[in-house]
Design a protein around this ligand. Structure first.
Ligand code: BEZ
Length: 248
């Protein structure tokens, strides 16, 4: 730790401890008023923001352009699980690029800590941090996206993931606890499913992986299905029709 970081570390710990104490105080009239945030739901417009990052200021909508985005948060810098997650996502960047998806991380620490941490990530995970990490020290984005769950931790973000499509609609939300690292192959799988189901009148069944059979939407009549799915389909029930994954 650099000498000037001690002061920041100390005041951060003080802030966390006093908020935690206040959050536990159940005496009448003593409940802490944590900032209220509207929770986001699937189909909502993703809140736009401008925030500092390891790649300079990011204006979300401008930065996304016509891409999809994965916005994911971390509890804090210099923590073991987060270090492995950021290394994993950096290694998977070609997979996200192939799918026209930009990734952006978030931690509520200041930029100089992110920059020092990036060195550790490169050293221990063998890959450079090749995507922006938001320095959300003022918690502006964390509040907008409801990433702080005060009963889990008074000031740190949980492991939130938001997938946003090119129209800036929130398409997936998932929330993991701090001590459990996420499965980023699952995120790629969901992106493959969403991009396929946006194009074709199908849905993907349990544990589906790219290339496996899919199901035909119940709203499609058999006469239409015969034209749309020339490889044919198996009707197990009128509402459960299986067809090979369409290729194009
Ligand atoms: C981690 O990122 O390693 C971590 C953060 C908070 C609690 C436990 C683990």
């Amino acid at each position: 730790m650099l000498p000037h970081e001690y002061g920041i570390e100390k005041s951060r710990r003080y802030e966390v401890e006093s908020l935690a104490r206040a959050a536990r105080d159940e005496r009448p009239g003593r409940q802490v008023n944590l900032p209220q945030t509207a929770s986001l739901r699937l189909g909502d417009r993703a809140p736009d923001f401008t925030q500092e990052s390891t790649q300079g200021p990011i204006h979300l909508y401008e930065w996304m352009g016509v891409s999809w985005a994965v916005l994911f948060s971390h509890p804090a810098d210099f923590t073991p699980v987060c270090t492995t997650e950021l290394g994993m996502v950096a290694g998977l960047k070609p997979e996200f690029d192939k799918r026209n998806v930009k990734v952006i991380g978030l931690s509520v620490d200041p930029l100089f800590r992110h920059e020092a941490w990036a060195g550790d990530i490169a050293e221990t995970q063998g890959v450079e941090l090749n995507f922006p990490l938001l320095a959300d020290a003022d918690r502006r984005v964390a509040q907008l996206y409801d990433m702080i769950h005060p009963n889990a931790h008074p000031t740190e973000t949980v492991r939130s993931v938001f997938i946003i499509d090119p129209k800036k609609t929130v398409r997936l939300i998932h929330t993991y606890p701090a001590a459990t690292g996420r499965n980023f192959d699952e995120l790629l799988r969901v992106i493959d499913s969403m991009q396929l189901t946006d194009e074709k009148k199908i849905a993907t069944p349990a544990n589906w992986k790219p290339g496996e059979d899919v199901v035909i939407l119940p709203s499609v009549r058999n006469s239409e299905a015969e034209k749309l799915f020339p490889k044919g389909f198996t009707e197990l029930k009128p509402y459960l029709r299986i067809t090979p994954q369409p290729n194009d």
